[in-house]
Design a protein around this ligand. Sequence first.
Ligand SMILES: Nc1ncnc2c1ncn2[C@@H]1O[C@H](COP(=O)(O)OP(=O)(O)OP(=O)(O)O)[C@@H](O)[C@H]1O
Length: 268
Amino acid sequence: MKTAPAPGTGTDNTTAALTVTDVTVRFAGLTALDGVSFTVEPGSVHAVIGPNGAGKSTCFNVLSGVYRASAGTVHLGTTELTGLAPHTIAGLGVARTFQNLALPPHATVADSLLLGRHRLTRSGFIATGLRLPSAAREEKRHLDRVREIAEFIGLEEALERPAGSLPYGQQKLVELGRALCMEPRVLLLDEPIAGMTADERRRTASVVANVRDSLGISIVLVEHDMGVVMRLADAVTVLDFGRRIAGGTPAEVQNDPAVVQAYLGAPE
Ligand SMILES: Nc1ncnc2c1ncn2[C@@H]1O[C@H](COP(=O)(O)OP(=O)(O)OP(=O)(O)O)[C@@H](O)[C@H]1O
């Protein structure tokens, strides 16, 4: 696997913390998140874990703008993200992947990755339509970056294949690649290894570690597989019934009595 050069936007990926402060989300009659706070340090993998129904997906959906917090705030650096639309949050550098595959079924891997470049495309409709040199140059830049990212995720050989024809684990990697094509500062990963074979899990975990180590991108990881969480995460936030019951390094939370109790008390 090759190391992609730093993202091409000129953005400093290593300085902005993602700060969640006292976030509460209420659905009719149910508090899915209750005053949850945590900070995702720049360039770290931060796992959000907890038993079924703990509020992990709700938290993920607040970070990506799909759900609106009833109270509390989310900031990336000094920029407030609370209440912004999902595409605006993505535009500010918080990219996400989906739990279920969200790739166009017949598009090639290259085209699927190019979709991630959309927000970075400057040439307008007319310049592109007239094939102006500036538009052609820009297209080449995007295609070069797509190739680099395909190498980074180990799929350069598959660029011209329909993404939908690849094994499941590779399709998930294409999704991750598409999010990387947005040159994010933070990557939100919703159960990135769910449903994968052991081999695919190892490969994906190593790509995720590489995203942090080589690109300096922060990662928020919602994941059920504790082995992967313990190996990959720099910090862990544990939720139970919508509350943050523990936080710290993987070793710290693993030995925290409240965490042990939450997992023992709730059949997984
Ligand atoms: N859109 C919604 N409307 C109403 N209730 C919801 C909604 N989304 C989540 N909930 C409820 O909020 C609580 C937290 O759910 P959430 O999906 O965030 O938990 P989770 O930790 O992701 O669970 P799992 O591990 O099973 O995916 C649950 O009681 C759930 O039923």
